[in-house]
Ligand binder design. Sequence first.
Ligand SMILES: [Zn+2]
Length: 217
Amino acid sequence: MRDLFKLSETQFSELAARVKVETARRTRAATAATDPGVEIKGQEMGKRALLVALAGPHSILFLGSKDSGKTVLRALAASFGHLDTFEHRLCPCGNFAAPSRACKCTTRQIEATIRKRPIAEITIEIPPPSIRELESECKGTSREDLQKQLDRQGPRPERFDRFAESLIKHALAELQLTPRDADAFRNVAQTIASLARLLPLASAPTTPFRRFPQLLN
Ligand SMILES: [Zn+2]
């Protein structure tokens, strides 16, 4: 440490600059090592769906264009030990729904690709993060935040109240779900209610799969 006082002005400035760079690098590395959630830009809907999947637990499928963030969300799930996750593109080239890359796939190809998706209890479309999200200094939901919400999870309600029943009935009819799909739908709704600590169930989830509702059945 005493050597520090023997350094010339120039040597000292250079050392100070290197310390600054190294401190920033270590801070980034430490944050990434302890909280993979913070590294994910945007994707708050995807993280919310992941929270429900972890709370169930439920299988989850992330559907999106190339580089939309599907893989990092699966890595975040894996950091909780949840491996029942899938990812799937929206078209053969992977650019459909990507804002800055052109997709030349036909509607038929896109529909066929989506039809071939793995079936999971939760399907969530992952849009690529916007420029605003990419440039944002806001850290968004961290792994620690998700863990806190999981720790606060209440019991699963066994029945639905009348309002929730009619909401679910309408959603099931609109999506033309099979009885098996309907069971999964109610199961996920119970998990969402347990996260919100609602007893009896007072709200039901809306489908995140809006773009192609006709392909859900
Ligand atoms: Zn394409």
